[in-house]
Write a protein that binds this ligand. Structure first.
Ligand code: PLP
Length: 385
């Protein structure tokens, strides 16, 4: 039977392939998925349980509960220098639905969306589903540092959107404030949307700047995407949000309404509690930083060249300096490591960069120590062969 060609050509991500193979082994260490091991805060669980028992859980208002939209605007104004009200905020089914609805609202056939690499795997397919084209910007030559100058060189008359992710998945790198100012100057007169994916903004190891700071200058262009999956480990609750100007909020809301009606009312109660009672994630950030410091130093001691994360919970490690590995495609390296050690990681090709792999730091230090032990053994074996 007939299937839309665009959909036929979209591939299941390599992360899933690794994950599925991992299920066939015993005694594995899963460092592949971006799924936090730290539990959802107790307050959130209690709030959701309370509302399930005591509140009539009906359809939520389209676009989300007003109280939650207000809280998100306040949270952004207080923590990230925004200047938002509830009219700027749209609640979505995870940030993924926010990205999908936004693409549908603004991207059409032949439009180009610029994405610096390495980049989160979710964007490309959603762009293609609207008829648009992801245009990846290779930053390897510039040590993966994005500048306004590089961005400008890639803008054409087909460019409709730029996606910037800070802290980034898979590298954890954050954008430099000076460059953000330059990017703001570059875009402020242009008819190009800036999608700033800030889903890791609460998990940071250093001073962090959100594009919220430039929301006045980029009033027409800016769309911030975020959610509760990473900050509060609420991946299964499927709740995220968009912050943008009220005109665009309305257009995206229409897409969202016809696609999903609204997100779960129970999850919105959970998100409200997350913001009221546990919005500060400094302690969680400290845990991830400790893991990142430990794992990065061990990887570097083995010869990997790692990008220094300013947040999130990943290490993106280059192996082109290691002569036994350098000719391996990242997918082959990831499968070989899994086969020989049970350690599951993600190939850099998933994020459009070869010669690198991503380690998810979603385990306590003792498990990371075991992962290091296995990796060292693997390195020794390939060096002796
Ligand atoms: N954006 C980035 C950069 C991510 O890493 C992820 C998940 O891994 C998402 C968006 C999607 O998150 P969710 O749909 O759970 O909010």
């Amino acid at each position: 039977m007939y299937i839309n060609n665009t959909i036929k050509e979209i591939q299941i991500s390599d992360i899933r392939k690794i994950y599925e193979k991992m299920q066939t082994y015993e005694d594995t260490i899963n460092m592949s998925l971006g799924e936090p091991d730290i539990d959802v805060p107790e307050e959130v669980k209690k709030s959701v349980a309370y509302h399930a028992l005591n509140t009539k859980i009906k359809y939520s208002p389209v676009g989300g509960m007003l109280e939650l939209r207000k809280k998100i605007a306040d949270f952004y104004n207080k923590n990230f220098d925004g200047n938002f009200t509830s009219d700027n905020v749209l609640i979505t089914v995870g940030s993924t639905e926010g990205i999908a609805s936004l693409m549908k609202a603004v991207i059409t056939q032949g439009d180009e969306v610029l994405i610096p690499t390495p980049s989160y795997v979710g964007y490309g397919a959603l762009i293609k589903m609207t008829g648009g084209m992801p245009v990846y910007i290779d930053l390897k030559e510039n040590n993966f540092i994005l500048t306004a100058e590089i961005l400008e060189k890639h803008i054409t008359n087909k460019t409709k959107m730029i996606i910037l992710t800070s802290p980034d998945n898979p590298s954890g790198m954050t954008l430099n404030e000076k460059e953000m100012e330059k990017i703001t100057e570059l875009l402020k007169e242009k008819e190009i949307y800036l999608l700033s994916d800030e889903i890791y903004a609460s998990i940071v190891f250093e001073k962090y700047t959100s594009f919220g700071k430039y929301s006045e200058k980029l009033k027409k262009q800016l769309v911030i995407i975020s959610g509760f999956s990473k900050s509060h480990s609420m991946t299964g609750y499927r709740i995220g949000y968009i912050i943008t100007n009220p005109e665009l909020q309305l257009q995206v809301k229409k897409v969202s309404q016809y696609n999903v009606t609204s997100t779960s009312t129970l999850s919105q109660y959970g998100a409200l509690t997350a913001l009221e009672k546990c919005s500060n994630r400094k302690e969680i950030s400290k845990i991830y930083k400790k893991r990142a410091d430990y794992f990065l130093s061990e990887l570097e001691a083995m010869g990997f060249k790692c990008l220094k994360p300013g947040g999130a919970f990943y290490i993106f490690a280059g192996y082109e300096n290691i002569k036994e590995l350098k000719n391996l495609k990242s997918l082959d390296f990831a499968f070989d490591l899994l086969d020989k050690t049970g350690l599951a990681i993600v190939p850099g090709s998933t994020f459009q960069v070869e010669g690198y792999v991503r380690f998810s730091l979603v385990h306590d230090i003792p498990v990371l120590e075991e992962a290091v032990k296995r990796l060292k053994k693997y390195m020794k074996e390939i060096q002796n062969n």
